[in-house]
Every structure is written in structure tokens, then in C-alpha cells.
Write a protein that binds this ligand. Structure first.
Ligand SMILES: Nc1ncnc2c1ncn2[C@@H]1O[C@H](COP(=O)(O)OP(=O)(O)OP(=O)(O)O)[C@@H](O)[C@H]1O
Ligand SMILES: [Mg+2]
Length: 226
């Protein structure tokens, strides 16, 4: 997070569909709240009235005609609303803001996956996020096979989840390359491990960062989640 006047730390979860991001994001939210810190959790695309409507357009399985450039612009539009309406205010009011996906997903899916020009993606994602950067990102890394197995237990698949195995492999490789390029920000979690074990690792990292930033438990917590 660049805006020094905000008090909170910004944490994101990334990974392919079915990797276990939402499970970890929720589990971490509970853990930080149990430890007395104020935290909020948002999902991408979504988290605001406009962003949730954009989500419906993006994930509708009937929208097979959607071209890649429309896709990247819509994800970015949803993110711009979420950032202004929720993330920035959230960072002023809370110790921790957690996002279930943020701009690394755009780089992985629309950049590595769909092949959209990376310079364009970088410029667009930076603008859409109002130049805010996550302080810490957890990449929940699993094989395509495991992610497919987990997704199949959930039921109905959205437009992106119906993509080919080949596309998903490109996205996974993309995420791994993004992590290699950002070793100070991105921590890779082995998503095949036990849920609680992964939360222990994530919480340890967060705790260290909170201490480093001098963020302490407020006398009265008012944590919430949407
Ligand atoms: N570490 C884990 N061990 C075993 N099962 C897990 C683990 N993490 C998640 N799961 C299970 O895998 C399924 C997918 O998890 P989850 O919904 O968190 O994935 P996701 O990455 O958020 O997927 P999507 O991108 O589709 O939202 C769920 O049924 C969840 O309970
Ligand atoms: Mg999820």
C-alpha cells in the first residue's frame, strides 16, 4: 500500500479457480479477528454495487462471444470501483484489508492466459488500482488436476471456470512467474496442504508485518466482513 496516511495493511489471495483462495481468505479473516485486529474481506470481481453487476456480465456462461479486451476492461472497471469505494476507505478504518483476488489475476488470466499485451495490462491494472499495491500476496498454488477436482465438488461452473485445461495451465505458470518476479511481496502457499496449516503460515507472515508497521490491537474491535 503506497498511501502512507492509511493505517491498514493490504493483503491479497491469488490462484486459479478451485485452488482454495476463498477458503484461505475467510480462514485468515477469522484468525486476525480472533487475535483482536479489525479486518474486512472483499471478493473480486465484486464487493460494490457496480462491481457485482460487472461480475454478473463477466461470469455469465452465455457470454461466449466476449472478446479478451472486453474482459480485461471489465475486470479493471470492477477493480477501480472496489478500490475507490472499499479498499482505500477500508485501509483507513481497519488494521487489515483482505481481497480474494486483485490485479495479479488480471496479469495471469488476461496477460499470460489470453495473451493481451503485458505493457498495456500493467498500465491498465496500475490505473484501475489507483497505483495501490498489496503489502502481501498469498499465491495458493495447486496443480490443475487438484483445482479441477475441488471445483467439481462445488457444482455449477462460471464462464472462466469452463475454460480449457490448456488455458488453466498457462494461468498457473503465469502466477508462478509473477511470484518469481515479486519475491518480496508474494508468498507461495502449497494449496495441497491442510487448511489450518496454511492459515498458520499466512497468519505468521501477517503478524510479522503488523509488528513491523507498528499496528497494535485497538482497545475496542469492530471487525466486519461482507
Ligand atoms: N487446503 C485445502 N484442503 C482441502 N480442501 C480444500 C483446501 N482449500 C480449499 N479446499 C476446498 O476446495 C474447494 C475450493 O475451494 P475455494 O472455494 O476456497 O477455492 P477458490 O480458489 O476460491 O475457487 P474459485 O476461484 O472458484 O472461487 C472447496 O470445496 C474447499 O472446501
Ligand atoms: Mg473463491
Amino acid at each position: 500500500m503506497n498511501e502512507k496516511e492509511t493505517k491498514g495493511i493490504f493483503v491479497t489471495f491469488e490462484g486459479i479457480d478451485g485452488s482454495g483462495k476463498s477458503t484461505q481468505a475467510n480462514s485468515l479473516l477469522r484468525r486476525v479477528q480472533e487475535n483482536g485486529f479489525n479486518a474486512v474481506l472483499f471478493r473480486e470481481p465484486g464487493g460494490t454495487r457496480i462491481s457485482e453487476q460487472i461480475r454478473q456480465i463477466l461470469l455469465n456462461t452465455k457470454h461466449t462471444e466476449m472478446v479478451a479486451i472486453t474482459e480485461v476492461l471489465l475486470y479493471s472497471a470492477a477493480r477501480a470501483q472496489l478500490t475507490e469505494e472499499m479498499v482505500i476507505p477500508g485501509l483507513h478504518e481497519n488494521d487489515i484489508v483482505i481481497c480474494d483476488r486483485y490485479y495479479d489475476s488480471t496479469t495471469a488470466y488476461q496477460g499470460y492466459g489470453r495473451g493481451i499485451n503485458m505493457e498495456f495490462i500493467n498500465a491498465l491494472t496500475s490505473e484501475a488500482a489507483n497505483r495501490i499495491e498489496p503489502d502481501l500476496t498469498f499465491l495458493v498454488d495447486v496443480s490443475v488436476d487438484l483445482a479441477e477436482k475441488r471445483s467439481s465438488t462445488i457444482g455449477k461452473r462460471d464462464r472462466i471456470e469452463l475454460e480449457s485445461i490448456e488455458f488453466k495451465k498457462k494461468v498457473i505458470e503465469g502466477f508462478r512467474e509473477i511470484a518469481e518476479n515479486n519475491p518480496n511481496r508474494i508468498v507461495i502457499l502449497d494449496g495441497s496442504e491442510d487448511i489450518e496449516q496454511l492459515t498458520d503460515i499466512a497468519w505468521n507472515k501477517i503478524h510479522t508485518l503488523l509488528e513491523k508497521e507498528g499496528i497494535e490491537i485497538a482497545p475496542e474491535g469492530n471487525s466486519e466482513s461482507i
